[in-house]
Design a protein around this ligand. Structure first.
Ligand code: SF4
Length: 141
């Protein structure tokens, strides 16, 4: 890590994936986070939440985060890449964790996992899919 710190103090933080992943201790997830959150560039950082939610929704069918990143980058328009990490991490932390709260999930109508494992829905918190998409577009969720 000292090598990375020395490089950055001398040359600055690289603003490309290739430039970042050659730094000691920097993998694709960290590199993509730097691109999104430091440079506002199009990238999809994939952590455990992004990997889990993407697979449960059926957006990808992968075993490794690298494959999830690759498949998401093919299926999601580039203009949305920057938002994937924050949205999926929030959803993973609050709803779709190790024990998914499908009965409270606004995405259940769209979800492959839910289709295979339906549970009773909590009517009070249930939001119709079209409403959920409207809220997504409005940046409310
Ligand atoms: S319906 Fe369940 S599995 Fe699907 S995204 Fe929502 S919480 Fe996750």
């Amino acid at each position: 890590m000292q090598d990375a710190a020395r490089f950055v103090s001398k040359h600055g933080v690289p603003d490309s994936l290739d430039g970042l992943v050659v730094l000691p201790g920097v993998g694709r997830k960290i590199a993509n986070c730097v691109l999104v959150y430091a440079f506002n560039k199009h990238a999809i950082p994939v952590d455990v939440h992004v990997h889990r939610v993407a697979n449960r929704l059926g957006l990808v069918c992968t075993r490794a985060p690298e494959a999830t990143e690759r498949e998401l980058s093919h299926s999601i328009p580039r203009k949305w890449w920057r938002h994937v990490n924050e949205l999926f991490v929030q959803h993973g932390q609050n709803i779709c964790g190790a024990r998914p709260k499908c009965g409270e999930c606004v995405l259940a109508d769209l979800c492959a996992y839910y289709a295979a494992h339906p549970v009773p829905v909590k009517a009070r918190k249930r939001v119709h899919t079209s409403t959920a998409l409207s809220r997504l577009n409005a940046g409310e969720i």
